[in-house]
Write a protein that binds this ligand. Sequence first.
Ligand SMILES: [Fe+2]
Length: 266
Amino acid sequence: MKIIHVSDTHLVAAGGKLHGLDPGERLRQCFEDIVTHHTDAELCVLTGDMAEAGQTGAYALLKQLLMLLPMRTFLLLGNHDHRQHFCDVFSNVPRDSNGFVQRSKVTSEGVLLFLDTNEPGTDEGVYCELRHAWLREQLAQHHDRPVYLFMHHPPFDVGLPNLDAMRLRDCEKFIQTLSDHNDIRHLFFGHVHRPIFGKWRGISFSAIHGTNHQVPLLLNKDPHNGAFAFCQEEPSYGVILIANDMTTVHLQPFLNRQTIYYEDYK
Ligand SMILES: [Fe+2]
């Protein structure tokens, strides 16, 4: 099974700029690359921060751009998103019984869980008791299937101080809930605007670039009076391959596709 992972599109209304770039144009280029090379993907996941400031116009632009993709799409909220504005535009998006934008999908390779860590008024990720209850129910219902998690905020520090200050709160409670299931295969997240791979409490994880602006690899506290550091490294999306006992994550830059050439290898 192939899954496409796109993150942190930070759209503004059509034609608008962010960090000197056009996030809508960037996402169009990303989607066109996906259409050129990965129409066989079963689905595409956007792990949050779809809009820069939760604007209705940004979600309207996203809705328009998503029409480029032939596969099903699963949209997650990030800290920059606005739940109600998003649901106003995507009125058919499934929500749990408490109104959070989270859902599950059973596939041939296991169950995918899409979590909502957005909390109005803070950039930190929050997973409240209501959401924990939903997750516990999902894990119990799918106790005999492998589970793959998708969320915006990482539930642990990644070594980037500015981002670690706004990771998921109360990661101990989160890992405690996950411990109800004995086959969590992988955790995919956004938020960090960087490719980051590793393992947390026995669960492998991966994060990818945003499609617009990126976060530099500054492992020490940024000295600029708390100002957030950004950069314009080349963006990429993720190509996830899941088969039997294997999860593989490829990163694909999409702005400057290089010419492929062939030589005899001896
Ligand atoms: Fe972001």
